[in-house]
Design a protein around this ligand. Structure first.
Ligand code: AVI
Length: 374
């Protein structure tokens, strides 16, 4: 057996044993909860990709439009020749927009799915033939070692999609700190964070008319039956979405429509009609809350961009606490961005005019290895 195959097999065994532990513990708890990361087996990842294209699911298209509008200003703030490290890169759908403007020295996609990594590396290598790409197959929630080839190079972390919202605040702070530790001193982070909005927009985004999100949620029960010898009666569960106003989060649950008895890996469970298994949180933030979250995670917000309705934020931060001088600049920049959001639009260019380009941006005039092939 090749060492690589052995590595993959032991990773597979490790994943299976933590899936088993989380499901058995989660089903035995009150309330019953299974961590959202288990929604993403192959089928779950395909269903999530389908969700991102649904008319009701605004975050993906909104974030893409914000990125398209703001990417010139983002590049002016980050400078060229950083290494872009994308956390949970998935299909890397928004990455080309960033790569073509920021002119990175290299790209490091990190994802737990080897299949996704292979596909996105193939597509990006074809589009950016001169760009060095160093994929890492790993869970990104802990501090990671980056490839030696990028030692000493400035980094820009990229964490789009508001995946940070799938973590409770304490875990989100830990993750932001782990990212800072992975990226190192002098790094920057570009992160997408979904905003609090009317429940009439939020609820359909997580309970669409075609039932794709329901299938995504219910797929977890299929996975339990298939991978953990479960006997969960699928027809007795339905997808339920709640807006938790106090916690400002969308919750996905699987609700039993009758009393049920089943086993998982030989362990018996009973649920009464109306009882639920809580399968996902998707926290939403006001801009200020998102800024506080970033600061708690060891990042100083520099600039942010949003859409006309203020429904999603793309935020740029630099590692570490800001000095009082820079935080005054930040505050002024944010104020101007907020002013421009509330009326004329064009928040991105306002920010760029206010914040001086980084030293890299002013002095680096090397050719761009991230040039996109036409
Ligand atoms: C991945 N994550 C940001 C999605 C979200 O909006 O919380 C997951 C999702 N769950 C249901 N629809 C989308």
């Amino acid at each position: 057996m090749l060492p690589q195959q052995k590595g993959r097999q032991s990773l597979f065994a490790e994943v299976k044993s933590s899936f088993r532990a989380d499901v058995l513990e989660g089903l035995a708890g009150k309330p019953r909860t299974i961590p959202a990361r288990w929604l993403y087996d192959r089928r779950g990842s395909e269903l999530f990709e389908a969700i991102t294209a649904l008319p009701e699911y605004y975050p993906t298209r909104t974030e893409r439009a914000i990125l398209q509008n703001a990417v010139g200003d983002i590049a002016a703030l980050t400078g060229r020749n950083r290494v872009i490290v994308e956390f949970g890169s998935g299909s890397s759908a928004k990455t080309p927009i960033l790569l073509s403007e920021v002119c990175p020295a290299a790209y490091v996609p990190i994802d737990i799915s080897a299949e996704f990594l292979m596909e996105s590396v193939a597509a990006l290598s074809a589009a950016f033939p001169a760009l060095p790409i160093f994929p890492i197959e790993s869970d990104f929630t802990e501090r990671l070692g980056l490839p030696e080839a990028i030692d000493g190079m400035a980094r820009l972390g990229f964490f789009p999609g508001s995946t940070i919202g799938n973590l409770v605040v304490a875990d989100a702070v830990d993750l932001l700190r782990a990212m800072a530790a992975t990226l190192g001193v002098g790094s920057m982070l570009l992160i997408g964070i979904d905003r609090i909005k009317d429940r009439n927009i939020l609820l359909p985004a997580y309970d669409d008319a075609q039932g794709v999100t329901a299938a995504f949620n219910l797929n977890l029960l299929h996975r339990i039956n298939r991978e953990l010898s479960g006997t969960v009666p699928l027809d007795a569960f339905s997808h339920v979405v709640r807006w938790n106003e106090v916690e400002t989060r969308i919750e996905m649950h699987l609700m039993a429509s009758r009393d049920v008895h089943f086993s998982v890996d030989g362990r018996p469970f009973s649920m009464a009609s109306g009882e639920t298994i809580h399968t996902e949180n998707s926290f939403k933030y006001e801009l200020q809350g998102a800024q506080v979250l970033l600061r708690a995670g060891g990042w100083s917000p520099i600039a942010d961009w949003t859409d006309r309705d203020g429904s999603f934020s793309l935020m740029l931060a630099k590692m570490g606490a800001s000095t009082s001088a820079t935080s005054n600049v930040n505050r002024r920049a944010m104020l101007r961005v907020m002013e421009s959001d509330s009326g004329r639009g064009g928040g991105a260019s306002m920010t760029a005019a206010l914040v001086a380009p980084s030293r890299d941006a002013q002095t680096t005039e090397k050719s761009c290895v991230g040039t996109m092939r036409n």
